[in-house]
Design a protein around this ligand. Structure first.
Ligand SMILES: C[S@@+](CC[C@H](N)C(=O)[O-])C[C@H]1O[C@@H](n2cnc3c(N)ncnc32)[C@H](O)[C@@H]1O
Length: 233
């Protein structure tokens, strides 16, 4: 992490904003009588027991956070597949206050013992809309249904940064659905090379020439040493 990113993450104003978001998510779960645990994100572990209001940021994701900050600073418009609790989007808005954002999330749950994004997902979207008025176009539903309709909507903005972090089985379909909206040279970041589906999708799209690895975001250990970043060919 560069010093400027460390500064951002230690900025009391940023931390207050993050606490505001986390507080809204926790309140929604508590009010529903549910243990306040959330899906993994750039700051916290999946379903961690310690409250995000007191927990330290996950060290393992320091590189992920730094790359999201750097990517946001090079973009004007961002689309996130898999908004979840809004943590990635909040970080990117702080990295680049001029960023315009669109995104989609299923806002669903697969049942007992799993995150209740059906409860806190819509709350995160409302919080982001109120915090950044007119700058958040956030949609609820499966990306498989929402993205083709969005891509055909004449009011949809060109995308110059796309983060694919929804259902892994849909990574390739998500890319193909939004491809018509990608600006020339747009960057695409796929979450988590630890998943075989992430690697398979990236390898397939690179092999067919749709995307090329971004030399500015190529880690020493190769493209899968971090969340892979590619550019529209
Ligand atoms: C790992 S979380 C995303 C974390 C988020 N990008 C962040 O930075 O904080 C994955 C999200 O994908 C969403 N998701 C799963 N299947 C989906 C689908 N078919 N369409 C849209 N979103 C989906 C889940 O609801 C969950 O919120």
């Amino acid at each position: 992490m560069t010093p400027v990113d460390a500064d951002l993450l230690a900025d009391p104003a940023f931390l207050a904003d993050l606490a505001g978001l986390n507080g809204a998510l926790i309140d929604s779960l508590t009010a529903a009588g549910v243990t306040p645990q959330i899906t993994g994100n750039p700051f916290y572990r999946h379903m961690q027991g310690e409250s995000p209001l007191t927990a330290r940021f996950m060290t393992r994701n320091a590189q992920k956070r730094a790359r999201l900050v750097a990517l946001a600073r090079r973009a004007r418009s961002h689309f996130e597949v898999g908004v979840n609790g809004g943590h990635g989007i909040l970080l990117m808005m702080w990295a680049n206050p001029d960023l315009r954002v669109a995104g989609v999330d299923l806002c669903g749950t697969v049942g007992a013992g799993n995150p209740r994004a059906d409860i806190y997902g819509p709350v995160a979207m409302d919080w982001l809309r109120q915090r950044f008025p007119g700058r958040m176009r956030l949609m609820r539903g499966s990306s498989a249904d929402v993205l083709p309709a969005y891509a055909a909507d004449p009011s949809a903005e060109p995308i110059d940064l796309l983060r694919i972090d929804g259902a892994r089985s849909l990574y390739e379909a998500d890319f193909r659905a939004l491809r018509p909206l990608l600006a020339p040279g747009a960057r695409v970041i796929f979450d988590d090379p630890g998943w075989p589906q992430t690697r398979a999708t990236v390898e397939r799209l690179a092999a067919e020439g749709a995307l090329i690895p971004d030399a500015d975001f190529l880690p020493e250990g190769g493209i899968f040493a971090a969340d892979p970043v590619l550019r529209l060919a």
